[in-house]
Design a protein around this ligand. Structure first.
Ligand code: ATP
Ligand code: MG
Length: 355
């Protein structure tokens, strides 16, 4: 039996509500499969912790997390704590220190769901967003405050290493999952330094992986194609900003935030990777018991796949699709009246009866 050490950070708002259901599903997996068990430890490093201690996590927080195989993360965000604090004191330190350079987002129209596109074709691709550099660098600044000539400069930072490692991950992922094409998002016709470099380095990696088809589109055209012919894509490779925008567009064409999972992946596997629903802490529905737990349960499934158990990922996804097709136990965001807890129970129940 293989035991995995999982760190669970439930977070704020609906974070703990949906994470509880994801943990319930992990327990059901453990119970139904003798080959796997989980050693789960929960860390309440959230906005409440910040209000009490003046920091988002203890000084040795990263050292503690480093000993785990993976991290399951609930959304963080609370009106009493400024957003930059939660981002720069918790999320970014984890991503940077654990070298989680790939933000992984499946865009898959699950069985039982209707795309707002009325698309009759299957939508099933992944977006791999560069997670550590690019347009979201903090290099830059403002000048001449208050004067007529006041200005701001923000630099994009693209490194050969950063681009190479996400491009290589894209090809590795494609090969391992039977995908035959990688699509790169660019804008080298207008962002002439950074995106031209992106194209050059991605194309070098593409040449070394010539068995998988390579194509590139300008980001504006690609956004339109996501709507017009999403069935054409398999693996989409994008910089930090482009990937951020494409991911939200992607989640919108397959059913919305309640169903959008993600992984922050350390491609070298030297450090733990972190899995989380794309959605935020959703203060508007927190405490009401109506948050859709599917995004977080699917994120836990992605975690199992990353840990080497794609079979268990697929098993969880089938259980999710079964309840979506049956339509008896769904949360209000996707047209049902069930609670978060009932949806978690239903998915866990499917896994337990599959023994
Ligand atoms: P953040 O700044 O933390 O990202 P946000 O303002 O971008 O937060 P979310 O918290 O992601 O937004 O929520 C956006 C909208 O989607 C809200 O109306 C919220 O209620 C809804 N929503 C988000 N997640 C879920 C979910 N799991 N189930 C149902 N509705 C959700
Ligand atoms: Mg948000």
């Amino acid at each position: 039996m293989q035991t995995y050490k999982i760190a669970v950070l439930p977070g704020d708002g609906i974070g703990p509500e949906v994470t509880k259901e994801a943990v319930k599903v992990l327990k059901a997996i453990e119970e139904s499969d003798e080959s796997i068990s989980f050693d789960i430890k929960t860390f309440h490093w959230n906005s409440e912790y910040y209000l009490e201690h003046g920091k988002m996590m203890p000084d040795d927080g990263l050292d503690q997390l480093k000993t785990f195989d993976s991290i399951l993360f609930g959304a963080i965000g609370d009106s009493r704590v400024p957003d930059p604090v939660t981002v720069w004191e918790l999320i970014m330190p984890i991503r940077k220190n654990f070298q989680q350079f790939v933000n992984f987002r499946p865009i898959k129209l699950l069985k039982g769901l209707q795309s707002p596109l009325n698309n009759s074709h299957p939508i099933d691709f992944v977006i791999l967003r560069e997670n550590g550099e690019g347009e979201y660098s903090n290099m830059g600044g403002t000048m001449f405050p208050g004067e007529q000539r006041e200005m701001a400069v923000q630099n994009t930072v693209m490194t050969r290493q950063g681009i190479t490692q996400i491009a290589e991950f894209a090809y590795q992922y494609a090969r391992e999952h039977g995908k035959t094409k990688v699509t790169s998002a660019t804008k080298s016709n207008a962002i002439i330094h950074a995106m031209t470099f992106w194209d050059k380095v991605v194309e070098e990696v593409a040449e070394q992986n010539a068995d998988v088809e390579y194509e590139k589109y300008y980001i504006d055209a690609l956004a339109a194609y996501f709507v017009q012919r999403p069935e054409d894509f398999q693996v989409v490779l994008a910089s930090n900003l482009f990937g951020d925008i494409l991911s939200d567009l992607g989640s919108a064409i397959v059913g919305g935030l309640g169903l959008a999972p993600s992984g922050n992946i350390n491609p070298t596997r030297e450090f733990p990777s972190m899995f989380e629903a794309v959605h935020g802490s959703a203060p508007d529905i927190a405490g009401k018991g109506i948050a859709n737990p599917i995004a977080q349960i699917w994120s836990a499934a992605l975690m199992l796949e990353h840990l080497g158990r794609r079979d268990l990922h697929d098993k969880i996804l089938s259980a999710i699709e079964e309840i979506l097709e049956e339509k008896n136990v769904l949360t209000p965001d996707i047209g049902g009246t069930a609670t978060t807890e009932l949806v978690g129970d239903a998915i866990a129940g499917k896994l337990l009866t599959k023994v």
